[in-house]
Design a protein around this ligand. Structure first.
Ligand code: ZN
Length: 283
C-alpha cells in the first residue's frame, strides 16, 4: 500500500467538506432548519411543528421493536410483470429502479421481534417503493406476515403507506384486496389481534382493504388517509371540502380511528395494546 492510499484510508488529513444538507434538515411543513442529529433523535419528526416525515421499513423496525432488535421474514417469490405492462417505461424497469433506490425487493417488508417483551410480527410499507403500491408481491408479503403471526401465536402489526393498487398489475393488484382479507380472516380465526398504524399517506385500494380492517386503528399525526383524493371528490360533488379533511385528526374526530399517536410514543402504546390483547397466561 502506498503512503498516499494509507493516508487516504486512515488519516483524515483534509476534513471532508460538509454541505448544509448533511448537517441540517429543512422541515417540509414549517420550513425550519433543524440540526440533523436533533431531527434524527426525534424519530424524524420536526421538533418545532411535529411534522412526521415519511420513513421506510428499516427505521420503522428500529423504532418499533425493543432495542430495535429484529429478524427479517423472507418475502415469497412471485411472478413478475404478469401483464408485460409498459407505459412511458417498462414495468420491469420501474421495478429495477425502485429496488436500486430502496434496497428492497418490493414495497412491503415483515420482521419478527419483541415489543414490550412480547413477540410480534411487524409489517411496514415503503412509500419510496413505487408509492408503496399494492401488487401481487405486496399481497404475498402480507400473507407471509399474517401466517408468520399465526405460527408464532403473535399479533400482526402493520404500518401502512401507499398510494393504492399498483396499476401496472391491473386487475391482479385489485385481487390483493380480497386476498389479504382472507389472510386476516385466518388471523382472526386463530384469535390473534391485527393492529394497523396508518402513516402518511395511506390511500386508494389499500385504504379500501387491509388498512381499515384492524382490530385497533392507529394513525400518526397529520397523516393523509383516504380513498379517492380531495380534488377528485371536490370535482365530483362540486363542493369545497372542510379544513383538515382526510387527515388523521379529522378521521379521529369522525370515528374512523381509535387513536392518533405521536411517533415517539408508538412503541410504548403498541406494547400496552399487545399486552392488553394477549391471551391471559394459563394458571
Ligand atoms: Zn416543522
Amino acid at each position: 500500500m502506498s503512503w498516499l492510499s494509507r493516508v487516504r484510508n486512515g488519516i483524515p488529513f483534509l476534513p471532508k467538506r460538509q454541505s448544509t444538507e448533511t448537517l441540517w434538515y429543512k422541515c417540509v411543513k414549517c420550513g425550519t432548519m433543524v440540526f440533523l442529529k436533533e431531527w434524527e433523535d426525534n424519530y424524524q419528526v420536526c421538533p418545532r411543528c411535529d411534522f412526521h416525515d415519511r420513513i421506510g421499513p428499516k427505521l420503522r423496525f428500529r423504532y418499533t421493536f425493543d432495542d430495535g432488535e429484529h429478524e427479517m421474514i423472507a418475502a415469497p417469490e412471485v411472478r413478475e410483470d404478469p401483464l408485460k405492462f409498459r407505459d412511458s417505461k417498462r414495468y420491469t424497469d420501474r421495478l429495477k429502479a425502485a429496488r436500486a433506490a430502496t434496497d428492497q425487493r418490493d414495497a412491503l417488508l415483515n420482521a419478527r421481534g419483541k415489543i414490550g417483551g412480547r413477540t410480534a410480527i411487524v409489517g411496514a410499507q415503503n412509500f419510496a417503493f413505487m408509492g408503496g403500491s399494492m401488487g401481487i408481491a405486496v399481497g404475498a408479503a402480507f400473507l407471509a406476515g399474517t401466517r408468520a403471526a399465526i405460527e408464532a401465536k403473535a399479533p400482526y402489526l402493520l404500518f401502512t403507506a401507499a398510494g393504492g393498487a399498483r396499476m401496472q398489475e391491473g386487475i391482479l393488484s385489485l385481487m390483493q384486496m380480497p386476498r389479504t382479507t382472507v389472510g386476516l380472516a385466518e388471523l382472526k380465526e386463530a384469535g390473534l389481534p391485527y393492529i394497523v398504524v396508518l402513516t402518511d399517506p395511506t390511500t386508494g385500494g389499500v385504504t379500501a382493504s387491509y388498512a381499515m380492517l384492524g382490530d385497533i386503528q392507529i394513525a400518526e399525526p397529520g397523516a393523509l388517509i383516504g380513498f379517492a383524493g380531495q380534488r377528485v371528490i371536490e370535482n365530483t360533488i362540486r363542493e369545497k371540502l372542510p379544513e383538515g379533511f382526510q387527515r388523521a385528526e379529522y378521521l379521529l374526530d369522525h370515528g374512523m380511528l381509535d387513536m392518533v399517536v405521536h411517533r415517539k410514543d408508538l412503541r410504548k402504546t403498541l406494547a400496552q395494546l399487545i399486552d392488553y390483547l394477549a391471551p391471559a397466561k394459563a394458571a
